[in-house]
Design a binder for this molecule. Structure first.
Ligand code: R1P
Length: 302
């Protein structure tokens, strides 16, 4: 692998990253360089495990690697993606931080699919806001996901038009077996905390499409949260920015991808409560361990 070593400043106990250099690509339809590295993830075939734990925050990924992986290789980074390869209880896994939003998950699933041979399992472990009456610091597993997209045509030429301001998709299922395995792991890990299971709403903005009111912008989103609650009979539990893309693409993949997602409930959108950093940090490790336990239990070939 062609890499450049970069020191990460101000991060305790975080390994220096090896920055992959992707060379000249030869295929505009699906760019891959002469080494076989995909254009954004920067890895080639064999450099990513079929069992992937993906998170948004690169520091969360580094902590999970430091605390939980054996035989961890030096992390590899390209275009904001960081890949930590190693073993968990003797099984090869990759922990991948992707940043935020559906497009970053799109890169991971598509380019990950290209570089992995055969069936895969992907678990996302993130943070979210909740629309249920649960304490912050509770956990959530997404049985299904819907996508909320801001429709720019509503604001066309500075006038509000007749079309919908936000489109809300139909629900897509996670992999039932992996969702159940993940739920069991969370419930046995967090005996003193609630793990809620329900519909995730993935939004294309942290702000407008999640119903946050920003006085600086014309977002026309005052009713969005209520619409979401009513449309799905109060079964929407979480709001975040990646799970739908993971579930949708996993279902559309021609080779099997089992997908599930869990989140730490960081914010309660009904009560306006927000979790403290110390508890969040602890839940990242404990929940990460539960995710890895689920990830290695799953039979990829069945
Ligand atoms: C927004 O703050 C980010 O946090 C959540 C959202 O999905 C979005 O990516 O997940 P992560 O904590 O995994 O990044």
């Amino acid at each position: 692998m062609t890499t450049t070593e970069i020191k990460v400043e101000n991060s305790e106990n975080i390994e220096p990253l090896l920055h992959t250099k992707v060379g000249n690509a030869t295929n505009a339809n699906f760019p891959v360089d002469d080494r076989g590295a995909v254009y954004h993830l920067g890895v080639a075939k064999g450099e990513l495990s079929p069992r992937i734990l993906t998170v948004g925050d690169s520091e969360r990924a580094a902590k999970l690697r430091n605390e939980l992986l054996e035989d961890a290789e030096k992390p590899v980074s390209h275009r904001g993606f960081v890949i930590h390869n190693g073993k968990y209880k003797g099984v090869k896994v990759s922990i991948v931080s992707i940043g935020m939003g559906p497009s970053m998950m799109d890169f991971l699933v598509r380019e990950g699919r290209y570089v992995v041979e055969g069936p895969m399992a992907i678990i996302r472990y993130g943070t979210c806001g909740s629309l249920k009456d649960v304490k912050v610091g509770s956990l959530a597993v997404a049985s299904q996901a819907v996508l909320i997209r801001r429709n720019p045509d509503f604001w066309h030429q500075d006038k509000h038009s007749d079309c919908k301001n936000y489109d809300i998709s139909l629900p897509v299922d996670g992999d039932k077996e992996l969702v159940q395995t993940l739920t069991n792991e969370f419930r046995s890990t967090f005996t003193d905390r609630e793990t809620v299971v329900g519909i995730n709403a993935t939004a294309d903005s942290f702000y407008s499409s999640q119903g946050r009111i920003d006085p600086e912008f014309d977002d026309d989103n005052h009713n969005l949260i209520n619409t979401l609650i009513e449309k799905f009979d109060n079964k929407v539990t979480t709001l975040e920015m990646e799970t739908f893309q993971l579930y949708h693409l996993s279902k559309r993949s021609k080779q099997p991808i089992k997908a599930a997602a869990a989140t730490i409930i960081l914010a309660n959108r009904l009560s306006n409560a927000f979790l403290d950093n110390e508890t969040k940090s602890r839940l990242e490790i404990e929940g990460g361990r539960a995710c890895l336990d689920a990830l290695i239990k799953i039979d990829l070939n069945n």
